[in-house]
Design a protein around this ligand. Structure first.
Ligand SMILES: [Fe+2]
Ligand SMILES: [Fe+2]
Length: 260
């Protein structure tokens, strides 16, 4: 049995502290072979820094997917070139630094390939995720493959999952920061969850301070958003693949009682 633990968008300090508190128990209980997390909101809600990535690798995360916020901090460009385990969406133009996939070797000749893909509905323009995935699958003979489809629209994520049903092991959505309860196995065996949800402050508007978010909505005036603190939740899922190659998916949502 091969186990992949996936953690949804880790948001700012509250998200990182939540990972540090909860991941040791998840690792001990589930013994995952590969731990993947979406890092696009890791550093104060916007993008990544070397320190925050290191904090998370020290906690036990092997590989990071991302999304539309990955280049919010300038240092991401060099970070992505130096750290192949930190992915940017595969369907950014080819001249953008970094890679959209990584293959992690496992014992006995097995491997897990992780792909980061960005949707196009209500998102900055990027290359077609469907055609990008077609091209990627053409050139490779992969074993287990998990795609993080980072998108706003549920329909786009479902269409992508059905299009690649039977060709990839798992399609897990991110970006909305709200976990959906629709995990399932598609007809050709791919497991799918529309959104894994976020890891960060629970009493927040998708991870940011609720007061600022409310003010922005009432007035229409843009204000800088700050990640919230306090009670957290850790949201994600576990994908398992048994000896016959059958995949299964289980949602994970851990809610804290008190603040970090
Ligand atoms: Fe996010
Ligand atoms: Fe996003």
């Amino acid at each position: 049995m091969i186990r992949i633990l996936f953690i949804g968008d880790i948001i700012g300090r509250a998200g990182r502290k939540a990972v540090q508190k909860e991941l040791p128990r998840l690792l001990a209980e589930r013994k995952p072979d590969v731990v993947v997390a979406n890092c696009e909101n890791l550093a104060h809600g916007f993008g990544i820094t070397g320190d925050t990535i290191e904090e998370m690798t020290t906690s036990g995360i092997h590989c990071f997917t991302s999304g539309n916020h990955i280049f919010d901090k300038k240092e991401a460009r060099t970070l992505l070139e130096d750290r192949p385990y930190v992915l940017r969406p595969m369907n950014y133009p080819p001249e953008v630094p970094g890679n959209g996939s990584i293959t992690i070797p496992l014992p006995e000749g097995r491997s897990v390939t992780v792909v980061s893909m960005l949707g196009r509905a209500f998102m900055p323009p990027v290359d077609c995720p469907f055609r990008t995935m077609d091209r990627f699958l053409e050139k490779r003979d992969t074993d287990i493959m998990l795609v993080d489809f980072h998108g706003e629209a549920t329909a786009e994520k479902a269409a992508f999952a059905f299009e690649f049903d039977g060709k990839v092991t798992a399609v897990v959505g991110t970006h909305t920061h709200v976990q959906t309860a629709d995990e399932r196995t598609l007809p050709r065996g791919t497991v799918f969850l529309t959104d894994a949800g976020m890891t960060g402050a629970m009493d927040s508007v998708i991870g940011v301070e609720k007061e600022t978010a409310i003010r922005r909505m009432r007035t229409g005036i843009k204000e800088h958003l700050t990640p919230a603190r306090g009670r957290y939740w850790v949201c994600g899922c576990e994908v398992t693949v048994d000896g016959n190659g059958h995949a299964a998916i289980e949602r994970i949502m851990i809610k804290s009682k008190e603040g970090e």
